[in-house]
Ligand binder design. Structure first.
Ligand code: CA
Length: 236
């Protein structure tokens, strides 16, 4: 029997940022996480990590405390100003563990060095299992949905949306990766659906794309020929 890792569909392909200045540790960790179906990205400096997280698209951060430029504690504090992305600390000393626990930095877990990469992968899975399925759209890094005020921010910028554009985008954001057909979108967004045509959806998606592209030069909406539209899982 093959020893298949326990990866749920929503975890497969989740992007994990590894912030670790020791190449041997980063490489081993990255290798193990990849074999378990995650996508990894590595950086060695705290400042680079903050830039990467600012761009969004990560499901979790594995953060070494002892970094060459700024400490992992300060990186975590900075992350928490704008994001609730899960953070697992890697610590080299026991007094660091005390500080992680004592400083209430908002870390989700920590692992003391030397550690088994499989142990870190299992902690990562546990955290993602805990946080991802129940996460509201507002937890998605690039998009913040304010349903009460029918507003959506993208990459920190409020998008000026018509009623229909808001309806389309919020429907797609409910579950990134899920494909909604034009008919489903019509039904969800247009109350007078029988008087509209499916090409109306295409026209509104086109203007929506232009507005999003004006904010961030990538297209988070994926067209599935003959099927419909979805929000790209990692673009969200
Ligand atoms: Ca280090």
């Amino acid at each position: 029997m093959r020893n298949q890792p326990d990866v749920n569909p929503w975890q497969a392909g989740a992007r994990i940022l590894i912030v670790e200045d020791e190449p041997a540790i980063a490489d081993t960790l990255s290798y193990t996480l990849k074999t378990e179906g995650f996508v990894t990205e590595c950086c060695t400096l705290g400042r680079d990590a903050l830039v990467a997280i600012g761009k969004g698209g990560h499901a979790l951060v594995i953060l070494d405390v002892g970094l060459p430029d700024i400490s992992g504690f300060d990186v975590c504090r900075e992350i928490r100003r704008t994001s609730d992305i899960p953070v697992i600390f890697l610590t080299a000393r026991s007094d660091e563990v005390d500080r992680i626990v004592g400083l209430e930095l908002g870390a989700d877990d920590y692992v003391a060095k030397p550690f088994s990469p499989r142990e870190v992968a299992s902690r990562a899975r546990a955290i993602l299992r805990r946080t991802r399925p129940t996460a509201p759209p507002s937890a998605i890094p690039k998009f913040v949905v304010d349903a009460e005020c029918a507003r959506i921010a993208y990459c920190g910028v409020r998008v000026s949306l018509t009623r229909y554009e808001y309806g389309l985008l919020s429907a797609l954001l409910e579950r990134p990766g899920r494909i909604l057909s034009r008919a489903q979108l019509m039904e969800r967004v247009w109350c007078d659906a029988e008087e509209s045509f499916e090409r109306t959806v295409d026209a509104h998606v086109k203007t929506l794309r232009a507005k999003l592209r004006a904010i961030c030069d990538e297209d988070p909406i994926e067209t599935h020929r003959g099927l419909g539209y979805s929000i790209r899982q990692h673009a969200a």
